[in-house]
Design a protein around this ligand. Structure first.
Ligand SMILES: [Zn+2]
Length: 275
């Protein structure tokens, strides 16, 4: 699933193409992916028609487009969703879920082979009340995210494996399987350690490494896995050091990386470097 660096890369790409553009029409091909109060494709389309995109934002893994109509158009890619800019001339691809026709001959197309992605048109009130957004934890790349805030999050679930706590969107927004494994490796913390057992120095190091790896990955255009591409169809250039590398040598010490499962998620770590 695309995580913070991938969704942020996508947001930056979409921002260049979408801000100031007017949506002429929305063609919905997979109706079940339209969630929220406006699910009728005709109403969805008529509510979007003629509205300008003012702002392309992100919260966690959610893309939030502010529209001149007062509505917000939200996208969540889930496992395999893709948002791509194309010309309106381009033939429709097999897995097209929706297309948003812009006033400059371009279209924003939402592709999703598994149709698990979501789009929704919400009012400002509904945006505030959106269950996933309302309970969402701090943004790890924001200036205001401190080690104290991380420690507060860890203290909420002290007996839980640190890896599971990092995946909890109420503790931290936008971190998923890739960057949880990467930041724990960089911080030298074993993924099954109880969250409450981290020392102050370990929490500080973890805080620093979460930020560092998310920054590096965003600068590298994200990690390419499960179909991820940016708004121009480019794959990510960030290369994970432990994620999905079970059995391969640790880049830091050469020992074979260990693969386990933590709350059902494949987890890779180095038994020699992480304690
Ligand atoms: Zn190692």
């Amino acid at each position: 699933m695309p995580e913070l660096p991938e969704v942020e890369t996508l947001r930056r790409g979409l921002e260049k193409h979408l801000v100031g553009r007017t949506i002429l029409e929305a063609r919905v091909r997979v109706g079940k992916m339209v969630k929220g109060t406006i699910t009728d494709p005709n109403v969805f389309n008529s509510s979007l028609r003629g509205t300008e995109i003012l702002f392309v934002g992100r919260r966690g893994k959610h893309l939030i487009n502010k529209l001149s109509s007062g509505y917000y158009l939200l996208f969540h890619l889930n496992m395999r969703g893709q948002l791509l800019m194309t010309s309106i001339e381009e033939p429709e691809a097999k897995y097209l879920a929706a297309a948003f026709v812009l006033d400059n001959g371009q279209e924003l197309r939402f592709h999703d082979m598994w149709t698990w992605g979501e789009m929704r048109l919400v009012t400002e009130n509904e945006l505030t009340e959106h269950p996933a957004l309302r309970g969402m934890g701090p943004e790890p790349l924001s200036e205001s995210w401190t080690v104290q805030e991380l420690s507060v999050g860890l203290a909420k679930r002290p007996k839980t494996a640190i890896k599971a706590v990092l995946l909890d969107q109420a503790v931290l927004a936008g971190v998923g399987n890739i960057y949880a494994d990467e930041s724990l490796h960089r911080a030298g913390v074993q993924p099954l350690r109880q969250a409450g057992s981290l020392t102050e120095a370990e929490a500080e190091r973890l805080h620093r490494e979460i930020r560092a790896v998310l920054t590096e990955a965003t600068e590298g255009g994200g990690t390419t896995s499960d179909n991820y591409v940016d708004a121009e169809g480019q794959i990510g250039r960030f290369v994970p050091k432990v994620y999905d590398r079970g059995g391969k040598p640790c880049v830091a010490c050469g020992a074979a990386l260990t693969r386990i499962r933590v709350t059902g998620r494949g987890t890779v770590y180095c038994a020699a470097c992480q304690h």
